[in-house]
Write a protein that binds this ligand. Structure first.
Ligand SMILES: *Cc1c(COP(=O)(O)O)cnc(C)c1O
Length: 463
């Protein structure tokens, strides 16, 4: 096939660059990038990837291909998406959306020098951790705090600093895997500790832990079963019970809370989950949790607890390897400050806002979206339907919250085709398919995004 191609007729790169279409590319993407792209297009032509065209059209074809290559290369890989799934903390969609109120903090820190590790008072060296520690102590009642890269790192650092080369006791009901790459038995091994399993999958009694403690035991670890629920004939040993056992055995009690909540959301209609302060008050010595789950901040692993244990972690070499950068510190500090006033936190942190919004407000939102979609005319049908959202991010496993969605259907394509096109659109929209319709759960879509939804749908329907 390719031997029939008129290779000798391929216009020179210089000639292509002089054509009007070539000039447009040079102006938009630079000379160097355009030359690279034309070379790429010529390679594709030579290897037979591009279809055969008349000799007179060859230049045009190569420049069109070069343009496509340039567009691909210059489109950011990380893109904005619209989350219409109703899952508030969607691990695949970037987890927590930061509050717009932390933008100033991010701008100031990212684009200027700052006192990240400088003590303004004395002119000497400061600690990057001091910016967060006091706030975290105040918000949780802890004696000390430390922030690292993510919660997986927080668990590793806690274990490595407090129980290296020693045994860590964990209930068989809590040897969980979270998100595929975080598995408690492996994290324990990686931290240089030995796992000592106690109890059974469904029941672990206080006496199981008591009997488990031996001369090589250095810690008890309790893990939040973030993505599943054991129902029926069960017995879990509480933090308060474990605290007594740990105290008697003279070992620290580490609680990996996963999501970790700073305020209780029961009064907003969500089920009971222990807050970080509850866990510390019940006797946990060290509590670890994520910054970008229910807390609604940047990716981070937060460790709070007794000063003697946090001090040991601060001295550990791993801390340097797991440390957070200034943008994390800036956005986490600004997010935590919003928590000084619970009402303000609920109003200004998108994650919390999406969790507590009333069904009445969701109904209004869904009606509003439906009305805006009416400009698309006959091309689609849209109706407001009952839906179920999930918290996600390992908080409230198994719990569904009643929500509202707009179910859409097109006369020209199936729900699966529509879902695929929405997903592959310039601004991807991720929907749920139910009853042969694409559902847009309005819990996770902001009203300010409705116009984008309409435009994307318009483009998708027009092919
Ligand atoms: C999510 C989760 C982790 C991992 O946290 P990252 O911040 O993703 O590293 C660890 N433990 C539990 C119980 C979790 O839910």
């Amino acid at each position: 096939m390719s031997d029939k191609r008129h290779f000798s007729k391929i216009p020179s790169i210089n000639l292509l660059l002089q054509l009007e279409q070539g000039q447009v590319l040079v102006n938009e993407y630079s000379h160097e990038a355009t030359v690279d792209a034309i070379r790429g297009a010529v390679d594709k032509f030579r290897s037979g990837v591009l279809p055969e065209v008349d000799e007179g059209k060859l230049g045009e074809q190569l420049l069109s291909e070069a343009q496509a290559l340039l567009q691909q290369k210059f489109t950011p890989s990380l893109r904005r998406m619209i989350n219409a799934t109703g899952t508030v903390i969607h691990t695949n969609l970037g987890r927590a959306k930061l509050s717009a109120y932390v933008q100033d903090a991010l701008n100031t820190t990212a684009f200027s020098f700052s006192n990240l590790e400088y003590d303004i008072e004395t002119g000497g060296r400061g600690s990057r951790y001091q910016h967060l520690e006091e706030m975290l102590c105040e918000l949780t009642g802890a004696e000390a705090a430390l922030v690292v890269n993510n919660n997986a790192a927080a668990v590793m650092l806690s274990l490595s600093a407090l129980a290296k080369e020693k045994e860590v006791i964990v209930s068989r009901g809590e040897l969980v895997e979270i998100g595929g790459s975080f598995r408690i038995p492996e994290i324990i091994e990686l931290s240089g500790c030995y796992l000592k399993e106690v109890g059974t999958t469904n029941k672990t009694h206080p006496h199981d832990y008591e009997h488990g403690i031996g001369e090589h035991t250095a810690a008890i670890l309790k893990v939040h079963a973030s993505n599943y629920k054991i129902l029926g004939f069960t017995r879990e040993t509480s933090i308060a019970e474990l605290s007594e056992i740990a105290m008697k055995g003279q070992v620290p009690l580490i609680h990996d809370m996963g999501s970790g909540m700073l305020i209780s959301l029961t009064k907003y209609g969500l089920g009971y989950e222990m807050t970080v302060a509850d866990s510390l008050a019940a006797g946990a010595d060290v509590v670890t949790f994520s910054g970008d789950k229910v807390l609604g901040g940047p990716q981070a692993g937060i460790i709070v607890g007794k000063k003697q244990y946090i001090d040991a972690m601060k001295k550990n070499q791993l801390t340097r390897a797991l440390r957070v950068d200034k943008m994390t510190i800036a956005t986490l500090e600004a997010t935590l400050r919003l928590y000084y006033d619970e009402q303000e936190a609920i109003r200004k942190i998108p994650t919390l806002q999406m969790l507590v919004v009333s069904l009445e407000e969701l109904t209004q939102k869904a009606n509003k979206l439906k009305a805006q979609l009416s400009v698309l005319g006959e091309q689609i049908t849209a109706e407001v339907v009952d839906s179920c959202s999930q918290v996600g991010g390992g908080a409230y496993p198994g719990e569904e919250i009643a929500s509202k969605a707009v179910a859409i259907a097109s006369s020209s394509m199936s729900a699966n085709q529509l879902e695929e096109r929405l997903r592959q659109a310039s601004t991807p929209i991720i929907v749920k398919i139910r009853n042969q319709k694409c559902e847009l759960d309005v819990r996770t879509i902001e009203c300010s995004e409705f116009a984008v939804v309409v435009e994307v749908l318009r483009a998708v329907l027009e092919g």
